[in-house]
Design a protein around this ligand. Structure first.
Ligand SMILES: *[C@@H]1O[C@H](CO)[C@@H](O)[C@H](O)[C@H]1NC(C)=O
Ligand SMILES: *[C@@H]1O[C@H](CO)[C@@H](O)[C@H](O)[C@H]1NC(C)=O
Ligand SMILES: *[C@@H]1O[C@H](CO)[C@@H](O)[C@H](O)[C@H]1NC(C)=O
Ligand SMILES: *[C@@H]1O[C@H](CO)[C@@H](O)[C@H](O)[C@H]1NC(C)=O
Ligand SMILES: *[C@@H]1O[C@H](CO)[C@@H](O)[C@H](O)[C@H]1NC(C)=O
Length: 435
């Protein structure tokens, strides 16, 4: 073998050693995509990501305003790449944790010495506990906006361990919650910084199989509708006081609030105590978006005013009220209710935002819930009682088949309105890989 051949062989050998790691590092996805299925019995929205080494798929309740990813580590969490976050580390400060803990049994995921702790929160039941902050590998599918493409891996993704009891109240088969809130360690910020893409994400909930994206659009739904082009924008507001089940003083809320200024029903303004619509210095009032509330929840006086106006506007359309069906109060006979492309032809509910032209319209498909073998339609809003923490909580049913894009850098929300108007739905992302 002469010298040049030897060199070639050596170069080839080097290349084969380096190539796999180079390929991994040079792959910079523009966006990531995850499925979001609705659980029929709990009405929770469930996503799936892979975590650990070797990778294990984990079903997680999607919480748009949740603080971070938390996972049950007590039940079979086995991973060669699990690393607890050491007290005083950069990871602990990113998570705003200044607590430091020891563990008095044999070390394992969730139980290590000299580790900082955070407060994983089951926002469905309002239960929080303490949990070890840790890092491990996570893997998600990347996307070109049309299909999933390659899988993308983050080697040191921060999350919290939680004890098994924190899963109580969550859907069967779930091992934690995926928080998409405004913190530095929620999924949107960590994924954006891992792959250097814009701090934007989008959620498209469905009664069946929806989708969520991390990163910017296009967000293409069959038949070739780019939902990122359908957005109207409104500022996201910061609630200065945490809305978590347990928190330390001075911590702002991780949830996403918007500024509803008034509510109209069939173009008539509903008389409301507008003080309730803004967030006061104690963090009370205002309007937030929640994927853990199955239906929109209204403060008692707002609920009464809105339902009264809705009943009146329905009767003007010859729609007959019938007995309530729990958890709903206002129900109608389906007779005399026409079906349209946007759902049942009932009064339109409008949430008027920063000006009279910026309006979130709620049509029949998002306002009416079919009950009693489809003979009865109920207004899918529930009464939140007097003095709730937040006056209006826009819940999952009202979000379905609307694309919402959250832009953390510019603090604004883009909303598409009901996608049926653009002849598509949130169940229409093509999950067939185009790898
Ligand atoms: C962890 O710290 C506790 C309390 O200081 C100690 O009793 C225990 O032996 C330590 N465990 C390990 C594995 O170092
Ligand atoms: C990528 O992830 C998807 C979904 O988790 C999985 O079905 C597929 O096998 C993975 N592909 C590779 C090459 O690992
Ligand atoms: C409006 O709501 C605020 C906040 O709950 C309350 O203090 C005030 O008394 C209410 N005003 C009226 C007219 O009910
Ligand atoms: C409502 O019903 C009454 C009686 O059936 C009818 O006369 C009237 O035209 C209807 N109004 C509308 C708006 O459909
Ligand atoms: C979904 O994407 C796959 C891969 O690109 C493609 O072959 C298939 O035709 C698409 N499905 C539809 C319904 O367009």
């Amino acid at each position: 073998m002469d010298n040049s051949n030897l060199q070639r062989l050596f170069t080839l050998f080097l290349f084969s050693l380096i190539a796999p790691s180079l390929a991994q590092q040079s792959f910079r996805p523009r966006a990531l995509v995850v499925p979001v299925k609705k659980d029929a019995s709990t009405l929770q929205y469930i996503t799936q990501i892979k975590q650990r080494t070797p990778l294990v798929p984990e079903n997680l309740v999607l919480d748009i305003g949740g603080q971070f990813l938390w996972v049950d580590c007590d039940n079979n969490y086995v991973s060669s790449t699990y690393r607890p976050a050491r007290c005083g580390s950069a990871q602990c400060s990113l998570a705003r944790s200044d607590s430091c803990g020891n563990c008095f049994s044999a070390p394992k995921p969730g139980c290590n010495n000299n580790t900082c702790g955070v407060t994983p929160d089951n926002t469905v039941t309002g239960t929080a506990t303490s949990g070890e902050l840790a890092q491990d590998v996570v893997s998600l599918q990347s996307t070109n906006g049309f299909n999933p493409i390659q899988n993308a891996t983050v080697s040191r993704f921060l999350f919290s361990c939680a004890p098994t009891f924190l899963l109580q109240g969550l859907a069967t088969g779930v091992s934690g919650m995926a928080g998409l809130g405004r913190t530095r360690i929620a999924l949107p910020s960590q994924l954006a910084s891992a792959f250097s893409f814009r701090r934007k994400f989008a959620v498209c909930l469905s009664s069946s199989n929806g989708v969520a994206f991390f990163g910017d659009g296009p967000y293409v739904l069959l038949p070739n509708v780019d939902a990122s082009q359908l957005l109207t924008f409104t500022p996201l507001l910061i609630n200065p006081v945490s809305t978590a089940s347990a928190f330390s003083q001075g911590e702002p809320s991780a949830e996403y609030f918007i500024g509803v200024k008034s509510i109209k029903i069939d173009e008539k303004t509903v008389p409301l105590n507008t003080t309730l619509l803004s967030i006061n210095s104690k963090g009370v009032g205002g309007t937030k978006i929640s994927s853990v509330n199955p239906y929109t929840v209204l403060e008692d006086s707002i609920f009464k005013a809105v339902t009264e106006a809705f009943v009146k506007a329905s009767s003007a359309r010859n729609i007959t009220r019938v007995a309530s069906v729990a958890p709903f109060e206002v129900c109608f006979s389906r007779e005399n209710v026409l079906a349209t492309r946007l759902g049942a032809a009932v009064p339109t509910i409008e949430l008027v935002l920063q000006n009279q032209k910026t309006v979130w319209r709620i049509f029949g498909a998002n306002s009416m819930v079919s009950v009693s073998d489809d003979k009865v339609l109920c207004l899918g809003f529930v009464n939140g009682g007097e003095n709730p923490r937040t006056s209006i909580v826009i819940g999952g049913y009202q979000l379905e088949d609307n694309l919402l894009q959250f832009d953390l850098a510019t603090s604004r929300l883009g909303f598409s309105s009901l996608l049926y108007g653009s002849r598509t739905t949130c169940a229409n992302f093509n999950f067939t890989s185009a790898a």
